[in-house]
Structure formats: structure tokens, C-alpha cells
Design a binder for this molecule. Structure first.
Ligand SMILES: [Zn+2]
Length: 201
């Protein structure tokens, strides 16, 4: 694992992130869905972590531009660096949810895809952030494509929830909860239907 940590990253956070990526690497799926194959590759051993490593080389701890509700971010268009904020560290979430966030940010490093920018959630969007509980109306916290950060991370977790053969019941249940949550951020109907069909495949 070649992740390089900024000197400002607390030791416990470095250990936590390394442990979380080790967990992602340890997942053995008996099979994977079509969207999983398209985005991350087959169920082969180590495939998901290779996907992550080919995108992310650096890890920092900062404020992601100072928004009180930010959890993590990628800042430069061609940066291979992800940042997490105090919200990532101080609000406790299950391991598989942290993995989801790391993979969400890894998707944002794809400069050749304009970093998969989010779209603005509508003023009627009722769903709240599962991480911070914050209101998402008007925020750039939704996606119109199934291939963006929300879609891809929810596909990763949904596959874990259904096909992981060496995960505990709790991990599989957590993966289901968080993937069901993230899929609500996909606001274009065709993309949302495609994801829901993939979750049943
Ligand atoms: Zn994002």
C-alpha cells in the first residue's frame, strides 16, 4: 500500500486509514454486479485496492475549504491526494462507511472526468447527510450519474453487503445501510433506476 501521509495527519488516523484499506483489500466477494465490474473490475483478489492505489497516493488532514459540513475532499484537479476533515475523525461511523468515503474521494481524483463534480440537490431534497446529519438542500451533494462518487461508492458497498464471503454479519449489514443511503443522492431517475437494478442483480 503506497499511501503517503502528511506530517499533520495524527498517528491514530494514519493507523485507522491503513487498517480500513487493509479491510477493503481483504474483502472476498463470491461474485460482483455489472456496475461493479464496469467501475472497479471483477471480483478478483485485490482488485478494489488496486483501483484505489492507482488513483490516490497522498493523504492529508485539513478543513476542505472551511465548510462546517465537509467530511472529506479532493482539492486540485489532478491531485492524487485526498483530505479528510474533523467531521471524518470526530463523528464515529462503521469501518465500511469510512471505506465508502475513501473510495468516494478516490473517484474525485479522476481529473480526466472533471473529477465527477456533484450536482446541486434541489430545494425539496429531504434526505440528510448520513455522516453529519446536515441538510443537503441547495448543496452540491447530489449526483445525476450512476458513475460518480456517490454511485460508485454505493455499488462497492452494495456488493460487499450481498457477496462478501468473509465479512461479518455486521459489516454486511452496515454496507447495506450505507449503500442504500448513498443511492438516495442520485437524483436523475434513469441513473437511480439503473443502480437499484444493479443492487438486485
Ligand atoms: Zn463528493
Amino acid at each position: 500500500m503506497g499511501l503517503e501521509f502528511d506530517p499533520g495527519v495524527p498517528f491514530f488516523l494514519k493507523e485507522q486509514v491503513e487498517g480500513d484499506l487493509q479491510f477493503a483489500d481483504s474483502v472476498r466477494n463470491t461474485r460482483v454486479s455489472k456496475l461493479h465490474r464496469e467501475i472497479f473490475g471483477s471480483a478478483g483478489q485485490g482488485e478494489a485496492l488496486r483501483w484505489f492505489d492507482s488513483r490516490v497516493s497522498y493523504f492529508g488532514y485539513g478543513d476542505c475549504g472551511g465548510s462546517a459540513t465537509a467530511v472529506a475532499c479532493v482539492q486540485g484537479r489532478n491531485d492524487r491526494k485526498i483530505w479528510v476533515t474533523r467531521n471524518y475523525v470526530e463523528i464515529e461511523h462503521p469501518q465500511v462507511a469510512r471505506v465508502m468515503t475513501l473510495f468516494h474521494e478516490a473517484r474525485h481524483t479522476e481529473g480526466h472526468r472533471r473529477n465527477w463534480p456533484h450536482s446541486r440537490c434541489s430545494p425539496f431534497f429531504k434526505h440528510k447527510s448520513i455522516w453529519t446529519g446536515s441538510d443537503l438542500r441547495w448543496h452540491f451533494a447530489c449526483d445525476r450519474t450512476e458513475y460518480g462518487s456517490y454511485g460508485s461508492a454505493s455499488v462497492l458497498l452494495n456488493n460487499i453487503s450481498r457477496f462478501c464471503s468473509n465479512c461479518t454479519e455486521k459489516v454486511r449489514r452496515d454496507a447495506a445501510i450505507y449503500s442504500e443511503d448513498q443511492v438516495k443522492r442520485i437524483v436523475r431517475r434513469s441513473a437511480s433506476l439503473r443502480l437499484k437494478a444493479d443492487f438486485r442483480e
